[in-house]
Design a protein around this ligand. Structure first.
Ligand code: ATP
Length: 237
């Protein structure tokens, strides 16, 4: 059964006169991990921010769980079950790790100890540091915290923007393993990554975005074996 959780039709997004997204179509089925690949400036972050209501589409439509959300404010979209972990590890620096996680569950209006324990299981470093102020965590730990906080709200769709950016290889592995566990728990994932190989190994399908347009799409196997993709994104000649 391929039930669409997210569907984007002919999406256009402008920054004043500049058209950053030039009519893209994409979808994410329930239970899938889908990745969007693309070079710097291709429009990946712009796409994600538009999906979660932080930017407004100039044309086109976005459906989440069969409901049109194109013009919905961001907080209402969160309430429907879409959670966005932005690029750049935005954590509340003066709050502890655990307080940051609790902020993620704020919309549930209760202390969700079970989800907290589960996050500590898949990201044990957060448990070790649970009383530490988030601002004093390393970059990789802050990234883990940003992901943990995004899943505290028990989203249907988790959107991750560059979760492995700037991390040492060993931490990249930890992050990807955690995303796999999150996916196994039933959360659908839309992932933007510079680390194309790792992203495709984890994902079911992918889209390649170039200058605001989708130029390739297919299963991860198809994209991994495509010569064009290998040359442009997987560092092979
Ligand atoms: P990166 O991998 O470098 O983060 P990206 O694929 O996420 O890149 P976007 O950040 O979505 O790309 O940017 C897409 C285009 O829109 C770029 O040309 C960028 O310069 C432009 N852009 C992004 N934000 C703004 C803004 N606030 N005002 C004007 N132009 C912007």
């Amino acid at each position: 059964m391929n039930e669409k959780l997210l569907e984007v039709k002919d999406l256009h997004v402008n920054y004043d006169a500049i058209e950053a997204i030039k009519g893209i179509d994409l979808h994410v089925n329930k239970g899938e991990v889908v990745t969007i690949l693309g070079a710097n400036g291709a429009g990946k972050t712009t796409t994600l921010r538009t999906l979660s209501g932080l930017l407004k589409a100039t044309r086109g439509s976005i459906f989440f769980n069969q409901q049109e959300i194109t013009h919905m404010p961001a907080h209402e979209i969160v309430g429907l079950g879409m959670s966005h972990s932005p690029e750049g590890r935005r954590v509340f620096g003066t709050l502890s790790v655990e307080e940051n996680l609790m902020m993620g569950a704020y919309s549930l209006k209760k202390h969700d100890v079970q989800t907290l324990e589960w996050i500590y299981e898949i990201l044990p470093r957060l448990k070790e540091r649970n009383k530490q102020l988030a601002g004093t965590l390393s970059g990789g730990e802050q990234q883990m915290l940003a992901i943990g906080r995004a899943i505290m709200s028990k989203p249907k769709l988790l959107i991750l923007d560059e979760p492995s950016l700037g991390l040492a290889p060993v931490l990249v592995k930890v992050i990807f393993k955690a995303i796999k566990e999150i996916s196994k728990s039933g959360v659908t994932v839309l992932l933007v990554e510079q680390n194309a190989k790792a992203a495709l190994k984890l994902a079911n399908r992918g889209y390649v975005l170039e200058l605001g347009k989708i130029t390739h799409t297919g299963s991860s196997e198809e994209l991994l074996s495509s010569e064009v993709i290998q040359e442009a994104y997987l560092g092979k000649k």
